[in-house]
Ligand binder design. Structure first.
Ligand SMILES: [Zn+2]
Ligand SMILES: [Zn+2]
Length: 271
């Protein structure tokens, strides 16, 4: 493991088939969600130059499979603290019990409450409530060494309370799930389309663009577009819409827009 200075973020996977990211300071490494298998998590950590054995903790946003499907094995294998809300833990444990006949064991389980910050090593973690159809879903901000990172995916819309959390960040990871036209015309059953578009579904490119135009403070050096739909979006469509919205605010030309990917890790963004 190479010694690394400063704060960085890697996206190991992003999308409806699995989500996981790594936030790290000089001394602390937090895995955000465990939505790909343990084996694949280890592989992608190696791809980004990180040692899985050096992880400090895992924090979980919500219990949907694309955020937790590797959690049971990862928690056992790494024996590091796993942070989630009580409601998320209960919902996840029930799903695992129904699938494998027994409750999952988490050797070092820690509960947090949305709106109450907690500390992992030298990283301050602030969970905040997001509108999504899970038991107790959250986004996070992370603060270390004077740097602030926010991750907010899986949200039906951007309420003012979420916009507040996204102020003053150096890096934003935000959902740009679908293009509305592609979703409307696409092959999903109507019930699924309605769920995705609902206030507790997923954020469209247009809704994110609206955030950039109306509520974004322009502070971030990097904006990562995440949780893109593979059927109802295209990376260049999402990027185009985000850059157009940012471009309308001429002071924001320094914001770099990057894309997270489902099939491969994005190399660490250093701040
Ligand atoms: Zn998701
Ligand atoms: Zn979800």
């Amino acid at each position: 493991m190479l010694a690394r200075m400063g704060v960085s973020l890697s996206i190991l996977a992003s999308g409806s088939r699995g989500n996981s990211a790594l936030v790290q300071s000089s001394s602390t490494r937090i895995l955000v969600d465990a939505g790909i298998s343990c084996k694949e998590t280890f592989k992608r950590l190696k791809d980004t130059g990180d040692d899985p054995r050096s992880l400090s903790a895992i924090v979980i946003t919500h219990e949907h499979a694309d955020h937790v499907q590797g959690l049971r094995v990862l928690a056992r294998k790494l024996n590091i603290p796993v942070y989630m809300t009580g409601a998320t833990h209960r919902a996840w444990a029930r799903t695992v019990r129904d699938a494998i006949g027994e409750l999952p064991e988490v050797p070092r389980l820690e509960y947090f409450c949305s709106g109450h910050k907690f500390q992992v090593g030298d990283i301050e973690v602030m969970p905040f409530t997001i509108p999504h159809d899970a038991a107790d879903p959250v986004g996070f901000t992370f603060r270390a060494e004077g740097i602030r990172i926010a991750i907010a995916t899986d949200l039906g819309y951007m309420p003012p309370s979420v916009c507040d959390q996204l102020r003053g960040c150096d890096l934003l990871v935000l959902e740009s799930n679908h293009d509305l036209e592609m979703l409307r015309l696409g092959a999903y059953p109507w019930s699924v389309k309605q769920r995705v578009m609902s206030r507790v579904g997923h954020l469209s490119n247009a809704a994110l663009a609206q955030f950039f135009c109306n509520d974004y403070d322009g502070n971030a050096s990097y904006i990562v577009l995440a949780h893109l739909s593979e059927h109802n979006n295209h990376p260049e469509v999402a990027r185009g819409e985000a850059e157009k919205a940012l471009g309308l605010r001429r002071t924001l030309l320094n914001n770099r827009v990057l894309l997270a990917a489902q099939e491969r890790a994005v190399q660490p963004i250093r701040l």
